[in-house]
Design a protein around this ligand. Structure first.
Ligand SMILES: Cc1ncc(C[n+]2csc(CCOP(=O)(O)OP(=O)(O)O)c2C)c(N)n1
Length: 576
């Protein structure tokens, strides 16, 4: 039977076919739909964890207890989960364990474009990389068996273009593995130095077995040598394989479905059959460095960019028709900046912060868009949770006129410990938690503060106020960010007080909120066309002689009315 599936859907399907029973994840583009798809299978316990470390550790626990398990995340999520990930290679697994990680070459929605393959090399785990949805299904399925066979977690590396592109996929049946017995084996699972030392050497032995495996016939399904015109050869993997095939259909290609460890002897044989050999890989020269270290003569980042997303055009522009290297390719596509939705509850907070003129240590979420003009109200954004730690460090360095802002999902992901630090190490920092009741940025996934699970079931709803008080913050205030005046005054007061404080700005995201039953319009007789309203950065507003509001786009938040100096923006109550 055939289905039309995205790479992420195919990963979920492959995991289900392999008998997956437990999956945990934290949302992050481009990996989010793996867990969302898994949540639709009744046989799979699929959960959103508060962060990636918790997701991976939960999956390790399920594997320990004998169930096939999976954790999925975006590339930066693996930084958060790196601590368990690196030691997991030592312990190995009980039931099969797959860690699916999706990279974002070209930075469509990320804070960096790091290359997850480096983690596979550093941890010495088996890593697979599919080049289309069919392989995404097949490789994921195989990954569980390989994980059990080699006692190793398998890293499944994806990129945006594989995760989000759709293709026709042959689907199969589910195997229903028996729950494996829990094996109490401290020497394997208790990573005290004495045991870890032994497991490290054991890992090297397991990795040696993987090296033998990739050279053996058993790995043929993952490593495809397609010998055509021997004037040129390309070594590549994943989506880059598709680009090479499109740019140079007549060339010889070696496609790597296993990207760690590499089959050096197979590649050496392939290299000996072609006149010139290119390595085509997005981001870091991970394959290239290893091949060069093996004495295999390849051309890689001498011509291909070390940044950004590739395409058939990028490949064509780096290698000419007679297979000679060409100049490095540069893309020059005009950018189209994203913007907050009309009615976004974050907007009022930025209007208040701009008026206060404070330094804002930002964080990651829809609200990061407050850094862009015309709001221009955020002055840093490093990684999830960083703003709350940074405001503390800045306050300790004598920088007083500053606040941190953080979304509700991000606060629960990695802001709580930073807030604890503010209380424990006594800075008088002010933290604004922008609670819109969802993880909006990645597509409104629930989190522990929403009272709903990944499967849409009701659960305990965590109280952000209680968490904040629980870590020792005594000054906790809740405001409605549509009330810009109150938001401004409350933040101002908290800035003046010499103790830690939290201001929770609470309003549901417009993607989950009911419409308000009102919109706003411009009284043309009063409007002086000063442009103050445009500075709230709402796409419902434009200037055609006078200011005007698109009533279809207007959500009725009234933030623009708040900034109008002549009260020309007036409320219209909608009948129904
Ligand atoms: C370590 C890490 N994991 C996941 C992401 C993807 N991501 C960016 S912001 C965000 C959460 C946004 O939710 P919230 O903090 O509630 O802000 P909102 O978008 O709702 O305004 C997520 C999941 C990331 N950038 N980094």
């Amino acid at each position: 039977m055939k289905r039309f599936l995205s790479g992420n859907e195919a990963v979920a399907r492959g995991a289900w076919e392999a008998g997956l029973k437990y999956a945990s994840s934290y949302p992050g583009t481009p990996s989010t739909e793996i867990l969302q798809s898994l949540a639709r299978f009744p046989e799979v316990q699929a959960e959103w964890a508060p962060n990636e470390k918790v997701a991976l550790e939960s999956a390790i626990g399920a594997s320990f207890a004998g169930l096939r398990a999976m954790a999925s995340m975006k590339h930066v999520g693996l930084n958060v989960a790196a601590d368990p990930f690196m030691t997991l290679a030592y312990t190995g697994v009980n039931a099969g364990l797959v860690v699916a990680v999706a990279d974002d070459p070209g930075l469509y929605s990320s804070q960096n474009e790091q290359d997850t393959r480096r983690y596979a090399v550093a941890a010495r785990v088996l890593a697979l990389e599919p080049s289309d949805s069919q392989e995404a299904l097949a490789f994921t399925k195989d990954a569980f068996f390989l994980s059990e066979r080699f006692d190793i977690p398998v890293l499944l590396r994806l990129v945006t273009r594989i995760s989000h592109s759709k293709g026709v996929v042959e689907i199969g049946d589910r195997v229903e593995p028996m729950q494996k017995e829990e094996v109490r084996d401290p020497a394997k699972w208790v990573m005290l130095p004495a045991y870890a030392k032994i497991r490290h050497t054991n890992l090297l032995e397991r990795f040696k077995k993987l090296k033998d495996f990739v050279e053996s016939k058993e790995a043929d399904a993952f490593l495809v040598e397609d010998l055509q015109d021997t004037k040129v050869g390309f070594i590549t993997s994943g989506i880059c394989y598709q680009y090479v095939k499109e740019a140079f259909p007549e060339a010889s290609v070696f496609k790597l479905g296993i990207i760690n460890p590499l089959p050096f002897e197979r590649i050496r044989r392939f290299a000996s059959k072609v006149d010139v050999l290119y390595v085509v890989e997005e981001l870091d020269p991970v394959l290239e460095e290893q091949l060069k270290a093996q004495g295999i003569d390849v051309i890689g980042k001498e011509v291909f960019p070390e940044y950004g997303e590739f395409s058939p055009d990028v490949v064509r522009s780096c290698v000419d028709k007679s297979y000679k290297p060409k100049a490095v390719y540069f893309t020059d596509i005009p950018t189209r900046p994203p913007t907050l939705c009309p009615g976004c509850p974050h907007r009022g907070v930025f209007v208040a912060l701009r008026k206060l003129g404070v330094t804002v240590f930002g964080d990651i979420g829809c609200y990061t868009l407050g850094a862009l003009p015309p709001l221009s109200s955020i002055h840093s954004c490093v990684c999830m949770g960083a703003g709350v730690s940074m405001v503390h460090g800045a306050n300790k360095a004598g920088h007083k006129k500053s606040v941190a802002i953080i979304g509700d999902s991000t606060f629960l992901h990695s802001g709580v410990t930073s807030l604890m630090n503010i209380v424990y190490n006594r800075s008088s920092s002010t933290v604004i938690i922008m609670d819109n009741g969802t993880t909006a940025m990645t597509g409104k996934q629930p989190h522990p503060g929403t009272g709903v699970t990944a499967k849409g079931e009701k659960t305990v709803k965590l109280s952000i106020e209680e968490v904040v008080r629980g870590v020792g913050v005594e000054r906790v205030r809740v405001v409605d960010p549509y009330n810009v005046k109150e938001t401004y005054e409350v933040i101002k007061e908290e800035l003046e007080i010499d103790e830690p404080s939290v201001v929770i700005t609470r309003r549901p995201c417009t993607l989950i909120a009911e419409r308000l039953g009102k919109t706003y319009t411009v009284d043309k007789d009063k409007c002086i066309a000063c442009g103050a309203c445009l500075k709230v950065g709402c796409m419902a507003l434009s200037m055609n002689g006078n200011a005007s509001i698109d009533e279809l786009l207007c959500f009725g938040c009234g933030v623009c009315a708040h900034v109008c100096p002549v009260d020309a923006i007036v409320e219209v109550v909608n009948e129904n």
